[in-house]
Design a protein around this ligand. Structure first.
Ligand SMILES: NC(=O)c1ccc[n+]([C@@H]2O[C@H](COP(=O)([O-])OP(=O)(O)OC[C@H]3O[C@@H](n4cnc5c(N)ncnc54)[C@H](OP(=O)(O)O)[C@@H]3O)[C@@H](O)[C@H]2O)c1
Length: 279
C-alpha cells in the first residue's frame, strides 16, 4: 500500500507517519511540499507520487480562531479537503478524512453514534462538516473518521498546556461541564491503520474509550505525573471562550465494534503511555 499523509507537522500526521514508516511505503507532507488550498501544486505533487491512499490529517484546527477567520476555516477544511478528494478521484486513490466530535451540538446525553445527525455549534465544526459533505459528494472510496480531544507527541495540546501551567501557577481553573474523550494520536493511528486495510468505506468514530470532562482530565494528568497543583472546576460560561462548544461530545466507536469487534483502549491507559513517553 502506497500511502500519503497530509499534516506531517501536526499531532496525528506525525504519529501516523511514525507508526507506518517501517510497515508501508509512506510519505508525510506539509506546507513545504504543497498548501492544500492551492489545487495546482497539490495536484502536481500528488500526481507525481501516485499514492493508493491519502490520509488527510491537515486542517485548520484552532477552534477559537476559526470564529474570526471563517473564510480561512472553510478554505482549508472544506475547499482544501475537496481538492484532495478530487485528486483522489482522478487517480483512483482511496481517502481518509479526519473529522471531529465538534460536528455534534452536544444536546444528547448518551454517546453519539455515526448515525446521529450533526449540528455543529461553531465555525470550526461547520467547516469540518462541510469537508465531510464534499468528500462524500466527490469520492466513493472514502473513510470519514471522527475523533476527539487529541494529544500527540508533536505540537501543542491540552496535556502539554496543563504541564506548563503547573510550573507557572498554583491554581489552575479548568472547565468541568464539557464531556468528551481524550484520544492519544498513537492509539488513533493504530485504529486508522486497521481501518485502511479493509475496504469497508464509510463514516466511523475512532476515539479512546470511556469519557471525562476537561477538569477530570487535568486532574488525571497531574495524578499520573505526580504533580501537586490545585485544580479548580469552572463552567463553560466562566471560561468564556470565543467559540461555543458542545457540552457533551462523547463518540461511540459503534461501527468499528459492530463490523470488526475492534476495541480502543480506555483514555486513561492511553494517557499513561503518553506521559511515560513525554517525561
Ligand atoms: N486536535 C484535536 O483535538 C482534534 C479533535 C478532533 C478532530 N481533529 C482533527 O484531526 C486532524 C488532525 O488534528 P491535529 O491535532 O493533528 O492537527 P494539528 O496538530 O493542528 O496539525 C494540523 C496540520 O495541518 C497542516 N495545515 C494546516 N493548514 C494547511 C494548509 N493550508 N496546507 C497544508 N497543510 C496545512 C498544519 O501545517 P502547519 O504546521 O504548517 O500549520 C499541520 O501540519 C484534523 O483534521 C483535525 O480537524 C483534531
Amino acid at each position: 500500500m502506497k500511502i500519503l499523509i497530509t499534516g506531517k507537522t501536526g499531532q496525528l500526521g506525525h504519529d501516523l507517519y511514525e507508526l507506518l514508516k517501517d510497515k508501508e511505503e509512506v510519505i508525510a507532507v506539509g506546507r513545504e511540499e504543497f498548501d492544500i488550498t492551492d489545487i495546482n501544486s497539490t495536484q502536481k505533487f500528488i500526481k507525481e507520487y501516485l499514492p493508493d491512499i491519502i490520509v488527510h490529517c491537515a486542517a485548520y484546527t484552532k477552534v477559537d480562531d476559526c470564529e474570526k477567520n471563517k473564510d480561512l476555516a472553510y478554505e482549508v477544511n472544506a475547499i482544501g479537503t475537496g481538492n484532495i478528494a478530487s485528486i483522489c478521484s482522478d487517480i483512483g486513490a482511496k481517502m481518509v478524512y479526519i473529522s471531529t466530535d465538534y460536528v455534534f451540538d452536544g444536546t444528547k446525553n448518551t454517546p453519539y453514534l455515526e448515525f446521529d445527525t450533526p449540528n455543529p455549534l461553531n465555525v470550526y465544526g461547520k467547516s469540518k462538516l462541510a469537508g465531510e459533505e464534499i468528500v462524500k459528494e466527490i469520492l466513493d472510496k472514502h473513510y470519514i473518521v471522527r475523533t476527539s480531544w487529541l494529544y500527540g507527541i508533536n505540537g501543542n495540546n491540552f496535556v502539554k498546556t496543563m504541564l506548563r501551567l503547573s510550573k507557572e501557577r498554583s491554581i489552575i481553573k479548568v472547565v468541568n461541564d464539557q464531556h468528551g474523550i481524550p484520544t492519544f494520536t498513537r492509539d488513533l493511528a493504530e485504529g486508522l491503520y486497521f481501518l485502511i486495510k479493509t475496504d469497508a468505506y464509510g463514516t466511523y468514530h475512532i476515539t479512546n474509550s470511556g469519557e471525562t470532562t476537561w477538569y477530570e482530565f487535568a486532574k488525571k494528568i497531574f495524578e499520573i505525573s505526580k504533580i501537586n497543583v490545585m485544580v479548580e472546576p469552572i463552567t463553560t460560561e466562566e471560561y468564556n471562550a470565543p467559540a461555543l462548544r458542545p457540552k457533551y461530545s462523547v463518540l461511540d466507536n459503534y461501527i468499528l465494534k459492530l463490523r470488526f469487534n475492534y476495541e480502543m483502549r480506555n483514555w486513561e491507559e492511553g494517557l499513561k503511555t503518553y506521559l511515560e513517553l513525554l517525561i
